[in-house]
Design a protein around this ligand. Structure first.
Ligand SMILES: Nc1nc2c(ncn2[C@@H]2O[C@H](COP(=O)(O)OP(=O)(O)OP(=O)(O)O)[C@@H](O)[C@H]2O)c(=O)[nH]1
Ligand SMILES: [Mg+2]
Length: 280
């Protein structure tokens, strides 16, 4: 179910959607939430990651894969974020170990926001992944990197227009010079805290696919909300139609693990509640 630029172009020219601003709801001081950095190879993800996290990074292989994932911490406006630098991928269809790791992290990593780092000199190619991430989750920020290179090549990108077309924040940066990173973290904070509510542009498929999705999506909604909150049931329905057995297995495995854990916690909480006079 790949995308073509024609589809992207047609979808982008549909009615622009607006970001909805809600009154700021402060995060508790020193709270730590996870932010994923995704993007095509060579778009500057690690440069953004290094500029944000500085020292104290940790790099390790993803369990069971020889794919490196780096993590570090960044404090912005008194909130500490765990930043995870994902491997570069052109898509999230899980056809390579890198795609699988990036896809699984966005799906199961409980990230408060995913930043998609894009190359402003070849945006067309990068928007494919942006749309795929937006299909998975609403909590997306687009980092429009390599703005200096784009300028050098005579390319200018209207970040405001792109943001209203996509329905998610778009922040221009020159990561190598550290430019725009404060704005990027402001947008991340807005999306992670929930005071910047994105309404990502939705790709519409053929009527046959849409009819199947309309049937599956409501039936998946409660399982998805229980096991992978924040992930779109529409995206899970599309993966089911794509025959993605590994994803279905991963979701059902996590569901049974969660239920076992919940039952154990209830059993442990029961005597404590009884001692404190709280009915079970
Ligand atoms: N001119 C310019 N170069 C940049 C910018 N950001 C990153 N680079 C350069 O782009 C190259 C690739 O940067 P990386 O940070 O390694 O890219 P990446 O996305 O992590 O690459 P992979 O991990 O291989 O997918 C490096 O040479 C960076 O110095 C920028 O804003 N402007
Ligand atoms: Mg890198």
């Amino acid at each position: 179910m790949g995308f073509t630029w024609r589809l992207v172009g047609r979808t982008l020219s549909m009615a622009a959607r607006r970001l909805c601003h809600r009154p700021p709801r402060a995060m508790p001081e020193s709270a730590c939430c996870t932010i994923a950095l995704a993007g095509n190879p060579n778009t500057g993800k690690s440069t953004v990651f290094n500029a944000l996290t500085g020292l104290g990074q940790h790099t390790g292989n993803w369990p069971g894969k020889t794919v490196a994932v780096a993590e570090g911490f960044c404090t912005h406006r008194e909130v500490t974020y765990r930043i995870v630098d994902l491997p570069g991928t052109y898509s999230l269809l899980a056809t390579s170990p890198e795609e699988e790791v990036a896809r699984d992290f966005i799906c199961f990593g409980a990230a408060a926001a995913t930043v998609v780092v894009t190359d402003a000199t070849c945006l067309e190619r990068n928007l494919n992944l942006v749309l795929q991430v937006m299909e998975m989750t609403q909590k997306v920020v687009v980092c429009l990197n390599l703005i200096d290179e784009a300028k050098r090549k005579g390319i200018s990108v209207d970040a405001g227009r792109l943001s209203s077309e996509l329905g998610v924040p778009v922040v221009p940066t020159v990561a190598r010079a550290g430019q725009g990173l404060r704005n990027l973290m402001d947008a991340v904070e807005g999306v992670a805290c929930g005071h910047l509510v994105a309404s990502p542009l939705r790709v519409t498929y053929t009527p046959e696919i849409e009819a199947l999705v309309a049937d599956l999506e409501p039936r998946l909604a409660s399982i998805v909300a229980e096991v992978v909150p924040g992930i779109s049931p529409r995206w899970v329905a599309l993966r089911l139609l794509d025959g993605d057995g590994a994803l279905v297995e991963a979701i059902s495995e996590r569901r049974s693990q969660k239920r076992t854990l919940d039952a154990r916690l209830r059993r442990r909480a029961h005597p404590v509640a009884a001692r404190n006079g709280i009915p079970a």
